[in-house]
Structures are given as C-alpha cells and as structure tokens.
Design a protein around this ligand. Structure first.
Ligand code: TRP
Length: 336
C-alpha cells in the first residue's frame, strides 16, 4: 500500500515562491509515489480572519487554481475542504485535553506570529482558537493517518507538536494513530523581496505564482540588495542580498551566477543589471504557471467539482479514523 501524505494551506491569499520552494515543489514530485491529500484549511484560516470570512471563502478557488497551475494532478491528488470534515473538529476537542496551556504557549511559530501581528505577547489579544491552531492542525494530520507532511520550515514546530500529541494519544489509548514525519525540501524557507528572513503574505513581501510580467518586474526592481552600496562602482556585498539569494535558488545557469557575484563584489556591475537578469530567470519560471492559471479563470465549476470529489473521499477516511478513536476512548455507547 502506498504511504499517505497530508499537507495543506490556509486560503488567505495567492500562493507565492516561498510556498513553491518550501512545499509545492515536493508535492509535485511526490504525487506519483504517495497517496496525496491536500487540505484547504479554511477553518484554521478563520483563527486569524474570523472578522473577515469573505477573505477566506474567496481565496479557496484561487488556491485550487494555484495547485493545478503548478502541476498537481487531480487524478493523483485529493483536494479536501477542511470545513466539510467535521471529524477534524471532533478530534481537535479530544486532542485539546492532551495539551497543557504552557505547552500551547511555548510553540515558537505561534509565538512569533502573535508578536508579528500584535507587536507584543499579551493575553488579552490572543484568542483560544489562535493559540490552539496547532492542535487543530494535529487533528488535520491525524484524521487522515498521514505518514508524511511536506511543509516549509515554519511548520516544523507545529508538526513536532502534532507528533507529541499523537504519541500521547497512542500511549493512553493504544496504537490508533500513525506518527507523521515532516518532509523538508532543500530550501525550506525563502527570504522576502525586502530581504527579511521569510516570504509571507502578511509581511507583504511576496512574489506570487500568478504575478503578471509588470508586477514581477516592479517587485524585482525594488528588491532589497546591498544598503552600503551607493554607486555602481562601489564594491558590493552578496551576503544577505536578496537578489543573489534568489539567483542562487532559481537561476539554473550557475556559471552566470558565479560571474555576476564576482563582478558585483568588484563593483563592476550595477544592481539594475543583476535585477534584470533575475527578472528574466523568474519570469521564465512563472510564465507557464501564470498561463495555466489564467486558463482556469473561468472554470470555477470544474475546480469545485474536483474539490467536492476529494472532500468526499477525505470524509470517508476521516470517518474511519474517528470511529477507531471513538472506540478507543469509549464514546461509542449507543452506536456500537
Ligand atoms: N499551517 C499551515 C500553513 O499556514 C497550513 C495547514 C493547515 C497545514 N493544516 C495543515 C499544513 C496540515 C500541513 C498539514 O501553511
């Protein structure tokens, strides 16, 4: 039997290059070998957007377009809408008994997200729902009995917490749930165009997979480079220079990259030239994705059908898992 993958995304915006290198790339590669489930986490997205549910609902179709445009094949992958799998909510409640408050507060990803959003870690600004989204995510993973979770580096601490919860569950109630592992790519994190350490829609520093040529060009042209360099013939710095970090990842002509770096360090080439080359590299990468994405623009029914089929299968699997879970904690009293 094929091993199972479960991974997912919050539908809160278009997917970007950070998602691509951190997770989408490995999903496309692994879809042939694994039984793959991709969850559109619209319940998790509400933990952050409860005051704006339309932002979440309107991005579901956009996410489906991104998935198909990067090459995920609906004949191989099941796409699932989280809000239609009530078993995940049931399991979240059950799991929440296995997590202490101090453990929930200690999750470094949650912590840094709160500080990024609120500026500080203040109890009266943190909802229970937000604090416990890693518990909900553990339920996502466990409900499908996943073996592997391809995800970016920011998800590592959440998958670690999922493993803890599942181990604790199995210890208490028997070997009911699979213990999942994270699958990191060689580039589990991408810098933003502003040079900060993470490309993220909430930091407004992304290059999206569907960006037009003009959008891409203007983003590359304002990319963070070397703040110490004022004139073209000043010696330049490569470390921490976003333009070169992107060249390193996306430019397949390694000799060209090496040459550009040498010229840059010696003050023999300007930022604009290095950026123009990067624009070409990124546009070659994005153009086919952009084209496929545009072709899906008027195919909402087709995309919803795919999501409906995947959700149906997902529901069946989650239901099977939950009936074993319910048995193990003696909840099946009147429905044996
Ligand atoms: N937290 C993930 C993100 O923000 C999205 C997600 C929800 C997820 N459920 C998941 C990822 C289950 C992996 C497995 O990107």
């Amino acid at each position: 039997m094929k091993k199972r993958i479960l991974t997912g995304d919050r539908p809160t915006g278009k997917l970007h290059l950070g998602h691509y290198v951190g997770s989408l790339k490995s999903r496309v590669e692994l879809q042939n070998e694994y039984d793959m489930f991709i969850l559109i986490a619209n319940i998790q997205a509400l933990t952050d957007n409860f005051n704006n549910p339309h932002k979440v609902s309107s991005n579901i179709i956009e996410l489906m377009k991104d998935y198909l445009a990067v090459g995920l094949d609906p004949n191989k992958v099941s796409f699932i809408l989280e809000s239609d799998i009530s078993e995940i909510a049931d399991l979240t409640i059950i799991f929440s008994n296995l997590v202490t408050l101090s453990r929930a507060l200690r999750n470094p990803t949650v912590k840094s997200e709160i500080i990024q959003k609120e500026g500080e870690f203040e109890f009266d600004k943190i909802s229970i729902g937000f604090l416990s989204y890693p518990i909900n995510q553990s339920a996502d993973i466990a409900a499908f009995n996943a073996d592997l979770v391809p995800a970016g580096e920011d998800q590592e601490s959440i998958i670690e917490q999922s493993r803890e919860i599942i181990k604790k569950f199995n210890k208490l109630y028997g070997e009911i749930l699979n213990l999942p592992k994270i699958y990191l790519t060689e580039t589990p994190r991408l810098v933003g165009i502003d040079g900060t350490n993470k490309m993220s829609k909430s930091l407004n520093n992304t290059i999206n997979l569907g960006d037009s040529e003009d959008e891409l060009k203007s983003k590359v042209m304002k990319m963070y480079t070397d703040p110490t360099r004022i004139h073209k013939n000043d010696p330049g710095h490569i470390e921490g220079n976003a333009v070169f970090l992107f060249h390193d990842i996306f430019n397949l002509d390694k000799d060209e990259v090496k040459n550009l770096k040498e010229l840059y360090i010696r003050g023999k080439i300007g930022d604009i030239e290095v950026k123009e080359k990067l624009y070409k590299v990124l546009n070659d990468f994005i153009a086919p994705i952009r084209e496929k994405r545009l072709a899906l623009d008027n195919r909402e029914d087709y995309l919803l059908d795919i999501l409906r089929d995947g959700t149906k299968l997902g529901k069946k699997i989650a239901h099977e898992t939950l009936s074993r879970v319910r048995d193990s904690i003696e909840l099946n009293i009147i429905n044996k």
